[in-house]
Design a protein around this ligand. Structure first.
Ligand SMILES: CCCCCCCCCCCCC/C=C/[C@@H](O)[C@H](COP(=O)(O)O)NC(=O)CCCCCCCCCCCCCCC
Ligand SMILES: Nc1ncnc2c1ncn2[C@@H]1O[C@H](COP(=O)(O)OP(=O)(O)O)[C@@H](O)[C@H]1O
Ligand SMILES: [Ca+2]
Length: 524
């Protein structure tokens, strides 16, 4: 027992150079350094938690120096930080003459890897072959599957054949045999997997999703995202980059990131969950137009963004909300949510206590303030459940938003001139503060309601007839058609909602991801 805790120290060869290798179960890390370095001494160190696999090197080394000996070798594959949150799988091969020593090293590393209990062994993978540039299947097969197999992770892979295939399947499948579910696709594919898992959990716990105030049962299975979509903001904002290999490595080493989920209801009917952006007005209109041009791939958003910007519509309605407690930070904070974020950690404790209280039927005390009601004309109403950082806007819609603090940032962009709206948009790309404008307000909230000025409660048949009529005469030029474009739609993680009047509520840390949030000390 004692000897298992003591470091294993040996002289091993790395690329024809003699090294001292140390496997320290206390740290726990594998490190090695050259014994007679040509230049300055470099000590390499890899935490055990970042080792992907150890393999016996079967082939004999062929160089002149070595061929007369019968050498033994093993290779350690590990995650290495490259640039800007990007991770790569690196390998180092250690050589020695003694077969027994080689075997001892392999066994010792394997034993330490077995102690990494948060790593998944068996995964359920859903691939959307039509997301983004339609490369999901190739990305998975070429970049991800080889890494999973190296790490001895077994998988059941389903390439979806229709929309909602993954979601429906998750209601039927035996989830007990899996350690996680992987979504290969964009935010829409993630949303499907999440709806399947959350829906299944509520069904199994007999919780009615139509009740907006029902506390939801959390999902214990972690979700992994292999980005292969158009925006991939859920991946980007939780990992720091949309890179399939980086995501695969976070999955393999068994990372954990809690994440809040918003529920969206209309008249006590459940509509959808949202984790990234719930946007009415500008982002709703961009989505509506972009769906017609799916064939363009990710550029459809820029094309429709430009068109929507030119059409310059505003929408009337009423937003009501309570501001969240100041301890949960402010959307104007200069600091951002990072790996190990203390605000999110505090919420982990609170949510656990809350779930316990609920389990024992104890009273809830909410200390949030008064309801604020804002009636007005808006270019956009955006509820960001996370920063929504993505390649289009690396700081995101709400740069200081938290992943798991149980809050959403509600951004109201009031009616303004085209030039002012452009100033606001451009600030998503540069260092300037997009909220520091007279027509932009931002609030940190836990729940909000939106009611459009023009009621949706018309007879559906009537509405369809009107819509048809408008479509014939309108052709998008609303100033001449007189339809005045009264209501927009909600863009919910890239999917359209059927109603404009909504009640939104955040559910703190409802789901878990194979991610770790944004690391500060990544190489530049
Ligand atoms: C002038 C440049 C202005 C750049 C403004 C960029 C703001 C970008 C904010 C992005 C927020 C993204 C929130 C993400 C939501 C996603 O969940 C969701 C689904 O993702 P999926 O496709 O992977 O399934 N994606 C989306 O809804 C896409 C939103 C993309 C909006 C792009 C808007 C581009 C606006 C361009 C305006 C150009 C004006 C030029 C005037 C001369
Ligand atoms: N096999 C399929 N055929 C058609 N649509 C699908 C399929 N699988 C998933 N979908 C749907 O495709 C839509 C877009 O997927 P997503 O992964 O978000 O790609 P993108 O980022 O390009 O929008 C989602 O609504 C999802 O439900
Ligand atoms: Ca989508």
């Amino acid at each position: 027992m004692e000897s298992a805790r003591r470091p294993l120290v040996s002289q091993l060869w790395v690329k024809n150079r003699r090294n001292e290798a140390v496997l320290d179960p206390e740290r726990p890390a594998l490190s090695w350094k050259e014994l007679q370095p040509k230049s300055g001494r470099v000590c390499h160190s890899v935490p055990i938690s970042e080792i992907i696999a150890v393999e016996t090197e079967q082939k004999r080394y062929n160089s002149d120096t070595w061929q007369k000996f019968n050498h033994h070798a093993f290779t350690v594959h590990y995650a290495q930080r490259a640039q800007k949150h990007c991770w790569r799988c690196s390998a180092v091969t250690f050589w020695c003459k003694d077969e027994e020593l080689c075997h001892q090293w392999i066994q010792a590393i394997k034993k330490l890897l077995e102690l990494q209990t948060s790593r998944p062994k068996h995964l359920l993978v859903y691939i959307n072959p039509y997301g983004g540039k339609q490369q999901g299947k190739q990305i998975y097969e070429q970049k991800v599957a080889p890494l999973f197999s190296l790490a001895s992770i077994t998988t059941d892979v389903i390439v979806t054949e229709r929309a909602n295939h993954a979601k429906d399947d998750l209601f039927e499948v035996n989830l007990e045999k899996y350690d996680g579910v992987i979504s290969v696709g964009g935010d829409g594919m993630f949303s499907e997997v999440m709806h399947g898992l959350i829906g299944r959990m509520q069904k199994d716990s007999s919780i009615d999703q139509n009740n907006p105030s029902a506390p939801l049962a959390p999902c214990n299975l972690r979700i992994g995202i292999i980005p292969a979509g158009s925006t991939d903001c859920i991946c980007y904002a939780t990992v720091g980059i949309n890179d399939p290999v980086t995501s695969a490595l976070h999955i393999i080493i068994g990372d954990l990131q809690h994440m809040d989920v918003c529920s969206v209801h209309h008249n006590n009917t459940f509509l959808k969950y949202s984790v990234s952006l719930l946007g009415y007005g500008f982002y709703g209109d961009v989505l509506k137009d972009s769906e017609k041009n799916r064939w363009m791939g990710p550029t459809r958003y820029d094309f429709s963004g430009f068109k929507t910007f030119l059409s310059h519509h505003y929408y009337e309605g009423t937003v009501s909300f309570q501001q969240a407690n100041q301890t949960l930070g402010s959307p104007r904070d200069k600091s951002t949510c990072q790996s190990g974020c203390y605000i999110c950690k505090q919420s982990t404790q609170e949510v656990e206590e809350k779930r316990k209280r609920h389990h024992y039927n104890l009273e809830e005390t909410e200390d949030d303030g008064d309801w604020k009601v804002i009636r007005g004309k808006f270019m956009a109403i955006n509820a960001a459940n996370m920063s929504c950082a993505c390649p289009r806007s690396p700081k995101g819609l709400s740069p200081a938003a938290h992943l798991a603090a149980g809050t959403i940032d509600l951004i109201l962009v009031r009616r303004c001139s085209r030039l002012n709206f452009l100033r606001h948009l451009v600030r998503h790309k540069n260092q300037d503060d997009q909220f520091d404008l007279a027509f932009v307000e931002v609030y940190r909230v836990k729940t909000f309601l939106f009611t459009p000025k023009h009621s949706e409660n018309e007879d559906t048949d009537n509405k369809d007839v009107r819509k048809k009529h408008f479509n014939q005469i309108c052709n998008g030029n609303h100033s001449s058609c007189g339809c005045n474009h009264v209501n927009s739609i909600w863009n919910c993680d890239g999917e359209a909602l059927d109603h404009a009047a909504v009640e939104v509520r955040v559910h703190c840390q409802l789901i878990k991801l194979f991610a770790r949030g944004i690391e500060e000390d990544s190489k530049p």
